[in-house]
Design a protein around this ligand. Structure first.
Ligand code: NDP
Length: 482
């Protein structure tokens, strides 16, 4: 059976313990590879390789770093089909989605930061009258840790690694043990692109073992983490006494506010996607849908009709809209929320059941599920489910919509459907979310700041924000005789 090895110092190596974890294919529930079950010793080896690589890499010219990142991007593009197939098999997502979104975005991440680093600059401040000139040195931090989740595996893994190495850091990175395959394949791509050994080290294993060892490592200077809010809390608690720099991209429970004056057809089409793309396992999915009363009944009927047409099936089938959920335990967690909804008096308008796919009977398939709720404070409306489950509820006034949108502990993204510019501005200013999409969803310009408010995280990724995170700003103040 294929072994998913660690990539340390430019070489694929077994975990020191020689222990392995099973890697499941969610589309059929079968174990299809073995993952290195790494621990603190493997992390130490990765750290040592990164430490040795740092002085040279941090002094490598910007042009050279950029050239290597762009080469990695090109190689990812060349291997699009192989990587997309690996992602679909490992994660359960439709191959069509991996081909159109996940893998192109992974190459875009390297291309974007390969270019961005050539444009990154720092400030200068002349203290007029004092004969001093200040400039800001932006230096790489050293060895940094990158930890990513399973929902957009290569997409989010590279979103951290690319700016980290572009800025001159060296990296110890851990993908989720639930979806390690494309991170494993990235190692050979980096070697082929000429990334010097030790600049990127990829260690596989569980969060509590390999992940925790990265966070606890006293010489790993910063942690860029994407994952659940509870894990983020734990990481913050562990890292804070060591004063590590932290970027935490955490959970969400995003509102989708639909006003009667919107472009109805466009809204309906996009709302189906923003609810159920990637089986609803995108931190940016709009899982709480609030609809203005005059169009509520119509929306309810049309939305259910559209969702009924989605085809659930084998991720490799070109017709499939909804693939398998990522794991059995995640499927059970999502199902438990459907039961909670029923107990709380929610009305299941569609879905709620497992689906048996012919020849893939042991896969983790669930119907897209629409629940009508009458109280926005119920648990299914407050807690992150992270699956193909949305709630819908009517509202009467803009104030009420805004109040419900903000009445959660999360604040990652939001979607607003309206043709009223004044309303757009009013709501955009008041809504508690790191992103406000107006009449669109998941439209991403990589130069923009990305991140959440409240329990959805701390810090911003994207554009120069990411390069700032991965560098230390140093003020140099020069006095001259005038
Ligand atoms: P987890 O928090 O469970 O895991 C995320 C990563 O952290 C995994 O690699 C995991 O390893 C690792 N990890 C777990 N425990 C520790 C620890 N003690 N120390 C260090 N690392 C640890 O999240 P999921 O993988 O379940 O991902 C889903 C969550 O991610 C959702 O809440 C979703 O909203 C959020 N997310 C947020 C995004 C954002 O941009 N804000 C984007 C995408 C997802 P392992 O899995 O191997 O145990």
């Amino acid at each position: 059976m294929q072994k998913i090895l660690n990539y340390i110092n430019g070489e694929y190596v077994e975990p020191i313990s020689k222990k392995w974890l099973d890697n499941y294919n969610p589309s059929n529930g079968e174990v299809y590879s073995q993952i290195a079950n790494s621990n603190a010793e493997d992390i130490e080896n990765a750290y040592q390789a990164a430490k040795v690589a740092f002085p040279k890499w941090s002094n490598t010219t910007i042009d050279e770093r950029s050239r290597i990142l762009l080469k990695i991007a090109d190689l990812i593009d060349e291997k699009l089909v192989e990587l997309a197939e690996a992602e679909a098999k490992d994660n359960g997502k439709p191959l069509s989605l991996a081909l159109a979104v996940d893998i192109p975005r992974a190459s875009a991440n390297f291309r974007f930061f390969g270019n961005a680093i050539t444009q990154f600059s720092s400030e200068a401040h002349e203290s007029v009258g004092l004969n001093t000139m200040n400039f800001t040195l932006r230096q790489p931090l050293g060895v940094v840790g990158c930890i990513s989740p399973w929902n957009l595996p290569l997409y989010l893994f590279t979103w951290k690694i690319a700016p980290a190495i572009a800025a001159g850091n060296t990296v110890v990175a851990k993908p989720s043990e639930v979806t390690p395959m494309t991170a494993f394949l990235l190692g050979e791509i980096c070697s082929e692109a000429g990334l010097p050994k030790g600049v990127l080290n990829i260690v596989h294993g569980t969060g509590p073992s390999a992940g925790q060892a990265i966070v606890e490592h006293k010489n790993i200077k910063a942690i860029s983490f994407t994952g659940g809010t509870k894990t983020g809390e734990h990481i913050a608690r562990t890292a804070a006494p060591m004063f590590k720099k932290l970027s935490l991209e955490l959970g969400g429970k995003n509102p989708n506010l639909i006003f009667a004056d919107c472009n109805y057809e466009k809204m309906l089409e996009v709302t189906v996607r923003s609810s159920f793309a990637n089986q609803g396992q995108i931190c940016l999915c709009g899982s709480r849908i609030f609809v203005e009363k005059p169009i509520y009944k119509k929306f309810k009927k049309d939305f259910v009709e559209k969702v009924k047409q989605l085809k659930i099936g084998n991720p490799f089938d070109a017709e499939t809209n909804i693939g398998a959920l990522v794991s059995k335990s995640h499927l059970e967690k999502v199902e438990s929320y459907i039961k909670i909804a029923e107990k709380e008096g929610g009305k299941i308008l569609f879905g709620g059941n497992r689906v048996t796919v012919k020849d893939f009977e042991n896969g983790y398939y669930l119907e897209p599920t629409i629940i009508e709720v009458s109280d926005d404070q119920c648990r299914v409306n407050q807690e992150e489910i992270f699956g193909p489950v949305v709630t819908i509820m009517p509202f009467e006034t803009e104030e009420e919509a805004l109040q419900m949108a903000n009445s959660v502990k999360y604040g990652l993204s939001s979607t607003l459907w309206t043709s009223d510019l004044n309303r757009t501005m009013r709501i955009s200013k008041k809504i508690e979310a790191g992103i406000v999409w107006v009449n669109t969803w998941l439209n991403r310009d990589l130069r923009t700041p990305f991140g959440g408010m409240k329990d959805s995280g701390v810090g911003r990724e994207g554009g120069f924000e990411a390069l700032r995170f991965f560098t230390e700003a140093k003020n140099v103040c020069i006095r001259y005789e005038g």
